[in-house]
Design a protein. Structure first.
Length: 192
């Protein structure tokens, strides 16, 4: 799971009112007025909090006539809540066992003599090796502006958007708005 999705989820549920809404919805679907009554809040307050819960996908709504009922998506809530425990395990990846010599062979197969990426490997194991190779010279604890990161990637490849997206999906980097920072290497699926 992408780290930014996990952070958004925890920010959304990290509010006492939203936790109370989740607890009420665990007993079954309710409309906004009923939730407001049960929690002693005004309907606009419930609307605000329901928007936040819907944005992260743990609450969905269904219309019955003129009334909108809110449902708790318990399987998704469980998955998102448990995903924080998976962070360290994602680095246990088949490519982590590859020897340095094998990794160099993979790099040579996908880079031209002038250091440009010829193509991103389709095979996951090889792709993470290439991504790890390309990210190795970024500074730890440095916050990169998007343009700065794009310039770095263009040393290897013109398609900086794909490489950025792959780095985020594989937890090499974390995105916060238009800034990027390296994740700890323990979160990486491979290192070079």
């Amino acid at each position: 799971m992408q780290l930014d999705k996990l952070v958004r989820f925890h920010k959304a549920v990290g509010d006492a009112t939203r936790m109370r809404i989740i607890a009420v919805l665990k007993k079954g679907p309710l409309h906004g007025q009923a939730i407001a009554y049960k929690l002693g809040l005004k309907p606009p307050t419930i609307t605000h909090h329901m928007t936040k819960l819907r944005e992260v996908g743990i609450v969905y709504q269904r219309r019955d006539g003129n009334t909108i009922y809110f449902y708790l998506d318990e399987p998704r809530l469980t998955k998102l809540a448990n995903s924080i425990l998976q962070l360290g395990q994602e680095s246990v990846h088949p490519s982590a066992d590859l020897e340095a010599e094998e990794k160099l062979k993979i790099v040579k197969n996908f880079f031209s003599l002038d250091g440009k990426l010829t193509q991103l490997p389709a095979q996951e194991k090889k792709r993470v090796i290439i991504l790890a190779y390309m990210i190795q010279h970024l500074k730890r604890h440095h916050i990169y502006e998007e343009q700065e990161l794009n310039s770095y990637i263009q040393k290897y490849c013109e398609d900086y958007a794909t490489i950025r997206r792959e780095w985020i999906m594989h937890h090499f980097i974390y995105r916060d708005g238009n800034t990027y920072q390296l994740n700890p290497e323990e979160m990486w699926p491979a290192s070079f």
